[in-house]
Write a protein that binds this ligand. Structure first.
Ligand code: ADP
Ligand code: ADP
Length: 234
């Protein structure tokens, strides 16, 4: 069973003459452990797709299935609960809290969710170490580079053990070297730790780290590439 699948997913913003058809019938399935990149130019519908899969917005028609559960049939509270339990978000602008250090930032969502702080800090520390931030646990965001801040956000997303990581242009605010490092980290999170990732990016160099690249244009999937070279790498 796929972690995520969509069926004839469509999204229209507005109506009448000014309606924008952001997605026009997307059928996509992401298998456990897969690292999928959705790539396409600005305005092709990447963010909309990620928002619908993440339950941040509702489709005009079509379905989003998360581990067999139809998101579109759940009410808002149920969607919120499912999102907290099953999804980890990584955004372009790291969304870290400036007055909290790396460890506190990574632990906060779990603590707010009712986990005992000791356990939350333990899990946050483990993931921060895995993403290479072991020596930076007590640094605040302003004391970290952009790439390091994004690593904190990635550790935060992984620490609650979601079914899938949804990453929206995670390198969009980084220079090319930091971008490449973040892409390599996502690759490692997938191949070494078996996590499932959906990445959206306009950058082909970043998409190239995925197992599969889905090309989006004007709200439709127009092509798909499986990166065969992944078999047996690393
Ligand atoms: P991408 O992420 O690929 O840049 P988006 O999903 O953000 O594309 O946008 C797809 C299309 O939908 C664009 O034409 C965009 O202007 C439009 N759009 C996105 N969000 C909204 C919104 N909330 N209201 C109206 N139009 C929107
Ligand atoms: P991204 O860079 O990730 O594609 P955008 O800058 O396109 O994001 O959009 C940022 C936010 O503004 C999103 O929540 C999107 O839904 C909304 N948005 C995008 N285009 C429009 C639009 N034409 N009208 C209203 N809201 C929009």
């Amino acid at each position: 069973q796929p972690i995520v699948s969509t069926q004839d997913l469509t999204k229209v913003y507005g109506h009448g003459a000014t309606a924008v058809h952001a997605l026009r019938g997307i059928n996509l399935a992401i298998q456990p452990g897969e690292f999928v990149a959705v790539m396409g130019p600005s305005g092709c519908g990447k963010s909309t797709l990620l928002h619908l899969i993440g339950g941040l917005d509702r489709p005009t028609s079509g379905k989003v299935m998360i581990e067999g559960e139809d998101l579109t049939r759940l009410n808002d509270d149920q969607v919120t609960a499912l999102r907290r339990r099953k999804m980890g978000f990584v955004f372009q602008f790291f969304n870290l809290i400036p007055v909290l250090n790396a460890l506190e930032n990574a632990a906060l969502p779990m603590i707010l969710d009712g986990m005992r702080p000791n356990e939350a800090y333990q899990r946050a520390r483990e993931w921060l170490e895995r993403v290479g931030l072991g020596p930076r646990l007590t640094h605040r965001p302003s004391e970290l580079s952009g790439g390091e801040q994004q690593r904190v956000a990635i550790a935060r997303a992984l620490a609650s053990e979601p079914s899938i990581i949804l990453a929206d242009e995670p390198t969009g605010n980084l220079d090319s070297r930091a971008s490449e490092e973040i892409a390599m980290l996502l690759r490692q999170i997938s191949s070494e730790w078996g996590r499932t990732i959906l990445l959206v990016t306009h950058d082909p160099r970043i998409a190239a780290y995925a197992d599969r690249i889905v090309f989006l244009k004007d709200g439709q999937i127009v092509d798909e590439t499986i990166m065969e070279s992944r078999n047996g790498d690393e």
